[in-house]
Every structure is written in structure tokens, then in C-alpha cells.
Design a protein. Structure first.
Length: 280
């Protein structure tokens, strides 16, 4: 065999090895990058009797019912709607207003790029982006926001970013959806969405979207409006969407079925010991 032929084979083999090594270097699952929480750009403004509303944060205002500082809790806090997500201190008598763009006088407000509403405990997919996901400590909590790198999408199976190809299925909210209260999230069947509209205006405007989780191992069935758990085998399994609830899986008629069970009010289900324990 000629030397040139041998060298050609070696070069080709080295190229194949390099290609395999590069593919192996790309992990199938990676953790998302935690976004830094934006600073509180607005030290809460006082209701001083000169305006009807005041900004509390970049995305929230309060309606000034009283100018008495001792009675400030009576003033109503209101998140800006999704269509007008930023609070701005206007020079007009109305004071604070919600608008589409950040307040030009407060540069830090431009960093606020998500206003995800926590509806429970655990990880949640974002309704508009497959590369963004959230972690919540409970309903109404401030979400931790994570970004997946390019080429990855959030996967509820691993609660992290998984290699994925193809476009992200879009969520299209419907104003009139008389058959169903919720919609399935197209990008991940573990989640379902409530679309909130302001129907006092014509045409109705989308105000916000709220994402709910069925929990790991469960999928949302839009035909019934229910979450359906898939039993891996017989036994007891935690409901990750509600720590007070769990599933009992057992064989009946040759197939696995389950019961929804709940712990006492002051208890939660422990997935390790497979029993209800005192809530911490």
C-alpha cells in the first residue's frame, strides 16, 4: 500500500474520531443559566395626595385610595397587564401608568424581561419560549428564571435543558373557548394554561397567561380538562404538583390504574418513605 494512501486513511480516521468526540462533548442534558434578579428599580412611591397612582416596582403600581401613610395597606397593588408590562411615573395627574416600554428614566427596568406568575411549587415551562423555564417555591412566589443554551429546550422529564431540534410549538390563546376553561401547553403536555382576557374592551385584549402543572408523570387531557397520571408500576407515588397528594397504583383487570389520595391537612407525602409525614 502506498504511503500516500495510508496517510489518507489515517487522516480520514482522525476526522471521524474528532467528529465523534465533538458529538460526545455536547451533553444531552444541561442545567439552565439562572437569570439575575433585577434590582428593585422603584423604591416604592408614596401616595401623597398629588396623584391617583404610584409605581411600586418596574411592573407594579398601586391605586392611591388614601394619602395617609398609616393607612397605606389600603392602597391597592396591581400588576401591570402583559400587554402593558412596565410601570412609569407620569407627570400627569394620574401619576403611575402601565406602558409597553420601560420607564426611560429608570435604566434598570429594561432588564425585566419576564413576569411569570407562580401557580404552585416546582418547575414550570414558559408559555412563549421553549428555552426559558421557571422554578417556583409556591403560589404567588417570585419565580427563578432559567435560560437554556442554543440547541436545547426545557424538558419536564429532567427539569432541565435537553438537546432538541425543530421549532417550538406556539401557544395561541383564544378569546372565546366555550368548551374548555384551560388550554394544553403545546410544547409540553405536563402543563396547561389559563388565558386571561379583558372583555370590557372591543376587541378583547389578552391580559396574562397562567401556567399550571399536572406534576411529573402526568399529562393534561384537554378533552376532559383533567390531569392523567401514568403508573410506572404498582406502588405509591408523590404528586409533584401538590405535595399533600399522592397516587396509589395497583393492578385491576390486568392493567394498572390509580387512585388520587390526600394526606391530612397538616401533613405532606414523603416520596422516600412512601407515607404522609408532618409538614415542615
Amino acid at each position: 500500500m502506498k504511503l500516500s494512501t495510508v496517510l489518507s486513511i489515517i487522516v480520514s480516521f482522525a476526522a471521524v474520531l474528532a467528529s465523534c468526540s465533538a458529538a460526545a462533548a455536547q451533553q444531552e442534558v444541561v442545567q439552565g443559566l439562572l437569570r439575575a434578579n433585577p434590582p428593585v428599580a422603584y423604591p416604592e412611591k408614596a401616595c401623597d395626595g398629588t396623584r391617583s397612582a404610584a409605581c411600586t416596582t418596574c411592573n407594579q403600581l398601586k391605586v392611591c385610595v388614601t394619602a395617609d401613610a398609616a393607612m397605606d395597606p389600603m392602597n391597592i397593588r396591581q400588576d401591570c397587564p402583559a400587554a402593558l408590562p412596565y410601570c412609569s411615573m407620569s407627570a400627569t395627574v394620574s401619576g403611575a401608568v402601565c406602558q409597553k416600554t420601560p420607564d426611560t428614566g429608570v435604566a434598570d427596568c429594561a432588564t425585566v424581561s419576564t413576569n411569570f406568575k407562580c401557580t404552585g411549587v416546582g418547575f414550570f415551562a414558559n408559555p412563549n419560549s421553549c428555552q426559558l423555564y421557571h422554578y417556583c417555591t409556591g403560589p404567588g412566589a417570585v419565580a427563578e428564571n432559567y435560560d437554556c443554551p442554543d440547541g436545547y429546550k426545557f424538558s419536564s422529564k429532567v427539569n432541565a435543558c435537553a438537546i432538541s431540534v425543530g421549532a417550538c410549538p406556539a401557544l395561541t390563546c383564544k378569546v372565546d373557548n366555550p368548551d374548555y376553561v384551560y388550554m394544553a401547553l403545546p410544547s409540553d403536555s405536563q402543563y396547561y394554561v389559563y388565558c386571561s382576557y379583558d372583555k370590557t374592551v372591543t376587541p378583547a385584549k389578552l391580559v396574562d397567561t397562567f401556567v399550571f402543572s399536572c406534576g411529573q408523570g402526568s399529562t393534561y387531557n384537554p378533552a376532559t380538562g383533567r390531569c392523567v397520571f401514568t403508573c410506572p408500576k404498582d406502588g405509591l407515588y408523590a404528586n409533584s404538583a401538590n405535595l399533600k397528594q399522592y397516587y396509589q397504583c395497583y393492578l385491576s383487570g390486568g392493567r394498572l390504574i390509580y387512585k388520587d389520595l390526600a394526606c391530612a391537612a397538616d401533613q405532606m407525602f414523603d416520596a422516600v418513605t412512601k407515607r404522609c409525614v408532618k409538614a415542615v
